[in-house]
Design a protein around this ligand. Structure first.
Ligand code: SF4
Length: 121
């Protein structure tokens, strides 16, 4: 494999096509995808990879010390460290509902709670 050749496994469906991407200057050639969805996936992965990010945030006065959170849409991979730093710094007050927005508009996404935390009685 040369520096300009990248191999990916398509994660869009269970077939898991092995895709090769050849990059020469600004041109991209994609081989191995059985359908256009795989071509789009490979192009996105090479030009602007994105991920759903999951983490935890500290909770004040809750029946649990932390709440699990995730971005509501995939964010650029280059923003993952920013999200992880942010989640390490903040603390939210219980009660927290599933789907509650914990941080609004960060890296093009909202950070939402993925579980409930009740207020400490
Ligand atoms: S390229 Fe198409 S057929 Fe192949 S794994 Fe991706 S989505 Fe499935």
């Amino acid at each position: 494999m040369s520096n300009n050749e990248i191999e990916l496994i398509c994660i869009i469906c269970p077939i898991g096509c092995s895709i090769k991407v050849y990059k020469v200057l600004d041109n991209i050639k994609i081989e191995g995808a059985l359908c256009p969805r795989g071509v789009n996936y490979a192009r996105q992965e090479i030009l602007d990879p994105k991920r759903i990010v999951m983490s935890v945030v500290k909770v004040k006065n809750g029946d649990l010390p932390v709440v699990s959170v995730k971005t509501d849409v995939p964010i650029p991979k280059k923003c993952i460290n920013e999200i992880m730093r942010l989640t390490a710094l903040i603390e939210v007050e219980a009660p927290i509902k599933i789907g509650q927005v914990i941080v609004k508009d960060v890296c093009g996404a909202n950070l939402i709670a993925t579980r409930e935390v009740k207020k400490n009685s």
